[in-house]
Design a protein around this ligand. Sequence first.
Ligand SMILES: [Zn+2]
Length: 745
Amino acid sequence: MSVVCGPLKFGTQPYSSETTDDGQHTTDSQEMKKFYLTTPIYYPNARPHVGSAYTTIVCDAIARYKRMCGYDVAFLTGTDEHGEKLQRAADVAGIPVEQFVAEKRELFKDLWRTLGIPQHSSEHPAGYRFVHTSQNPAHRTAVQWMIRQAGKAGYIEKKRYEGRYCVFDERYVSDNPEPVNCDICGRPAELISEENYFFRLSVFQDRLLRLYKDQPEFVLPDFRMNEVKSFVKGGLHDISISRRRLKWGIPWPDDPEQVVYVWYDALTSYLTGIGFEGDKRSKDFEKYWMGAEGPSEVVHMIGKDILRFHAVYWPAFLMAAGLPLPKTVFAHGWIYYQQDKMSKSKGNVVYPDNGIADGRGLVLHDKILDLTYPAKERARLGNEALRYYLLRDTPFGLDGSFSYEGLIQRYNSDLANGLGNLAKRTLPMIRSYFDGIAPSPVQQQASDSETGSLLPRIASQSRTYAVNRLASHEFSTVLTEIWRLISGADRELNERRPWAITDDPSQRDRRADVLGNAYEVLRFVAVLAYPVLPLATQQLWTQLNQRECAAGVDPRSLQWGQLKPGTIVGKAEPIFPRLDKEATLRKLRELADEDRAREKNTKEASIQVESQSEQKPVAPVSTPASGGAGDSAATDQKITIDNFAKIDLRVGTILSAEPIPGATKLLKLQVDIGTEVRQVCAGIAEYYKPEDLVGMKIVLVANLQPRKLRGVESNGMILAASVGEQGKPVLATFKEEVPNGTKLK
Ligand SMILES: [Zn+2]
């Protein structure tokens, strides 16, 4: 179904307004607020997978929500086309690099189309705008302008640079010419010695620290702000921002021998994407970006691995150019595959456009989903299941885990049995008992009386909660709360059994109360869940026979009992038909396998995708428990003491340590834990020399499932702190003498 919304009526509510239980909200200003939201620009060297789709899905949901709240929204995504890596990939593919990147760009646009994320148009004013970089003359002008401004202000100087650089990751690995392997990909880094341009980042230390203090929401979540602050407090070095030896990139102004450093180039795309071209600036740029000191809010949504560039470099580049700063850089976590990092070499990359939402829909084919469902309808089911699952199961800001089981489970329990079933029960009863006319619900005042219902109160609480939490993008808790309301309505139907009430006119009111309440709950849910489930909620909205679009209702104005008397409900078409879990899983796995086999055979297979957001993540210290020993995100999740007690932590002494051939990061250790000697593989080879480890006291997780790493059995995990953005491991040890085998608790 396709519903085109007419022009929406806009409120004038500010971003920060809070809603009370009565649905009242305050307004600060009569001017329509602006909201400018960006995803990172994606590196188009390979096909986008679930991890790269996640940020865009999140942003689409946020853009839709802000639009509902009456904001004038601009939403930007795009591709980063800088770098030798693309040149190499194009060479491998045997096509000119310009053509290569142009084709890759389309892959991303295709994916957004498949995922139902609309492009900017008069019909979808909050749809995405798309920016691309190196091939774009406007962007070139914009970047050169930024560099010139910084130069004029005295923040750029020419110096000799010597260091080690990883071409694969496009990053400096070390400021020292000694040979070293890239600490991210493990490849040997190349030695560079060149005269190039430096940005004087060091002089921005105080201004940045003041920014973090004055604008605490500049980096969210809070724990990420702490990381950034401690990095900046540790002292900033000037950074090299040009390259002599790269051909593919934006030429340095007045020195065509050099090209501009990738991050100066990439970050500036946030300006280019809304019409910035140096001195030539569009109305949109003036409105959204220059308005950032007034009625406009600029939010960058990024993966946690590129936080430093956005929270340290970017504000400094903007300050150097005299431009306003964004309001917030929000760093979210990664999506793991069944607790494991997705990587092509592990063969566990999940592509969102296969098996989930490839136009054939979530479950595809006659065997599983009834073919009477039109293809478009099947695509909707797939998209919305994916959106719901990712946003519901990943507390925003923390890492999430993708599994097909989880997806089907959520689909069946929340979408089919929860929302879909409530609609399927309620609407036909209204049709058969009330000639299709939705009865008025119980009013809130009546709800505390002895026959009263708790639903008016729960609905009002859910709305307040959703509105307040959506302002900080907490989709997971908001969806939990909305589904609490759905369960409440289900419970009331089960307890008050409207189908068992006799037709006695004196009983008719009781039945009207129950069904009127269920109807109101569905109306609330259609509005509140719209940003996450835009198509299903609209379908429901139409069945409820509400006017206009669910998207056109400001969630903050939702009030219990706004139903117009005499509203006739439509026919209840199933919104989310239930799936056969086993059959669906089998089919999804088959499709994923076929897909990987196809991928393997393409030339692109040589270009590895090793990270979520195309910037490289840090490998865990020891792989048996992935996510890293010291992932700060994990500290937010509380567990009970009983859960903690399940972990068997023992003191041990390292007896020997040796490299594993072909694995640059791993060391094979023999560890004496008192009762036995354990063999453990630990990802610490880049930071510890084997000889320095022998004799060291460590802490071992002794009851992990053994597993093989590079063919070597690993029986336990060694605890280490994970320091800094690169996740440098520092082993936990003891000051006092402790016997081997001692338990930690
Ligand atoms: Zn590397």
